[in-house]
Write a protein that binds this ligand. Structure first.
Ligand SMILES: NC(=O)c1ccc[n+]([C@@H]2O[C@H](COP(=O)([O-])OP(=O)(O)OC[C@H]3O[C@@H](n4cnc5c(N)ncnc54)[C@H](OP(=O)(O)O)[C@@H]3O)[C@@H](O)[C@H]2O)c1
Length: 330
C-alpha cells in the first residue's frame, strides 16, 4: 500500500479533481523498473495535469508528476538493480503515462538516467525538468559559440524554474546575467543567484515596429516566447543565439526574419521531453558540475503530496518562485 495523488474525471460534468489516495503495486502500469519515489517537483505542465489536463492526459484515473527521483526497488532490465538511484524527466511520463506524484512508480528502463555523482534525489528534483531544460539551453548556446567575457546573457522569466536555474548556471560559468522579471520584489533573490542586472518585464513586453534595435545580448535563454522573444531577437549581438525554451508569455512569435538575415542571429529550439539518452547523461553530469548547490538550495520551496492541487494552480498563474521540491514521504 502506498500514497499517490490521483486525478479523476467526472463522466457527466467532465470536471477533474485531484486527491491523495492509497494504491497498491497492482494498480501500477506494466513496465520493467519499479522505483520507490523519494522526491518530485512542480513544473508548468504539472499544473495542467493536476488540473484540467490541457490536452496532455490520455486517460483517467491519472497520476501526474512529470519528474521523479528515487531508488530502484525491482528491475527486469539488466541496466538497473535494486538500490540504484535514478532520475526521470520527460518521455510524457505524468502526462500520457502515470508519473511521479506517487510513492511508487513503474516505468520503462529506457526512460531512466542513473543519478550522477554529486547529486542526491532531493537535489535532482530541485533541478527537475525545468533545471534540466535550462542546462540543455546553456549547452546549446555553448555549442553555438557562447563563451564568457563577451557581454551580457539575457534570461527571461528569470524568477521561474527554468530562469532561476539558467541564471545560477550562467553566473557560475562566469557570464554576466541580465535577468528579466515581472516581479521586482524578486530582485534580491535573482541577484543572490548571480544576476548582475535586473530588467523589468515591461521593458521587453511590447512589440516595436523596428526589426533591429541596439545589439545588447551575447546570448539568451528564453522561457517566455511571444512578443518578448520577438523583441529580444532584434536586440541580439551579431551572430549570437537565443535558446527558445518556453511559452509563459505566449506561443505566437510576432517577429520578422531581419535579425536572422542581417545579424546572423540563431534561434535554437530546446526540447527536454524526447531528448536522446546520451545528451541527457551529458546534461545531468554538467548540472552536477556547474550548478552550485547553495544556489540550488536558495531556489527550493518544500512541499508534500497534499500541497499539490494548490501549487498546480499557482504555477499556471506564474506565482511559483524558483523550484518546488515535493517530499513523497513528507
Ligand atoms: N522546452 C521544454 O522542454 C520545456 C521544459 C520545461 C519548461 N518549459 C516551458 O518553459 C516555460 C517556463 O517553465 P518554468 O517551469 O520555469 O515555469 P515557471 O516557474 O512558471 O516560470 C515561468 C516564468 O515566466 C515569467 N512569466 C509568466 N507569465 C509571463 C508573461 N505573461 N509574460 C512574461 N513573462 C511571464 C515569470 O517569471 P518572472 O516572474 O520572473 O517574470 C514566471 O515565473 C513554460 O512555458 C514551460 O512550459 C519547456
Amino acid at each position: 500500500m502506498f500514497k499517490a495523488l490521483v486525478v479523476e474525471k467526472d463522466a457527466e460534468s467532465g470536471k477533474t479533481s485531484a486527491a491523495v489516495k492509497t494504491l497498491t503495486l497492482d494498480d501500477l502500469p506494466d513496465a520493467e523498473v519499479t522505483v520507490a519515489v523519494e522526491y518530485s517537483t512542480v513544473n508548468y505542465k504539472d499544473g495542467l495535469c493536476i488540473g484540467p489536463g490541457g490536452g496532455l492526459v490520455r486517460s483517467y484515473p491519472h497520476v501526474p508528476g512529470i519528474d521523479f527521483a528515487g531508488t530502484v526497488e525491482a528491475s527486469d532490465d539488466a541496466r538497473y538493480k535494486p538500490g540504484d538511484k535514478v532520475v526521470l524527466t520527460g518521455w510524457r511520463v505524468g502526462e500520457a503515462h502515470w508519473g511521479g506524484y506517487s510513492q511508487k512508480a513503474r516505468v520503462r528502463a529506457d526512460w531512466l538516467v542513473p543519478l550522477p555523482e554529486g547529486l542526491d534525489t532531493r537535489a535532482a528534483m530541485a533541478v527537475g525538468t525545468a533545471g534540466f531544460t535550462a542546462m540543455l539551453a546553456v549547452m546549446a548556446l555553448e555549442d553555438h559559440g557562447l563563451v564568457p567575457g563577451h557581454g551580457e546573457v539575457l534570461v527571461t522569466g528569470a524568477a521561474g524554474g527554468v530562469g532561476s536555474v539558467a541564471t545560477a548556471i550562467l553566473a557560475h560559468l562566469g557570464h554576466e546575467v541580465a535577468a528579466v522579471t515581472g516581479r521586482p520584489e524578486q530582485e534580491g533573490y535573482l541577484r543572490g543567484l548571480g544576476a548582475s542586472r535586473i530588467v523589468p518585464r515591461e521593458e521587453l513586453a511590447e512589440t516595436v515596429k523596428r526589426p533591429l534595435e541596439s545589439e545588447n545580448w551575447t546570448g539568451c535563454v528564453d522561457a517566455v516566447g511571444g512578443a518578448m522573444l520577438a523583441r529580444v531577437l532584434g536586440q541580439m549581438k551579431y551572430g549570437a543565439s537565443v535558446a527558445a525554451v518556453g511559452l509563459a508569455g505566449g506561443a505566437g512569435l510576432p517577429a520578422t526574419v531581419i535579425p536572422f538575415l542581417l545579424r546572423g542571429v540563431n534561434l535554437l529550439g530546446i526540447d527536454s521531453v524526447m531528448q536522446p539518452y546520451a545528451n541527457r547523461l551529458r546534461a545531468w553530469e554538467r548540472i552536477a558540475r556547474d550548478l552550485p548547490m547553495d544556489k540550488l538550495e536558495a531556489m527550493i520551496t518544500p512541499a508534500t503530496l497534499a500541497d499539490l492541487p494548490r501549487l498546480g494552480a499557482d504555477i499556471l498563474k506564474g506565482q511559483v518562485k524558483g523550484r518546488v521540491v515535493v517530499d513523497l514521504n513528507g
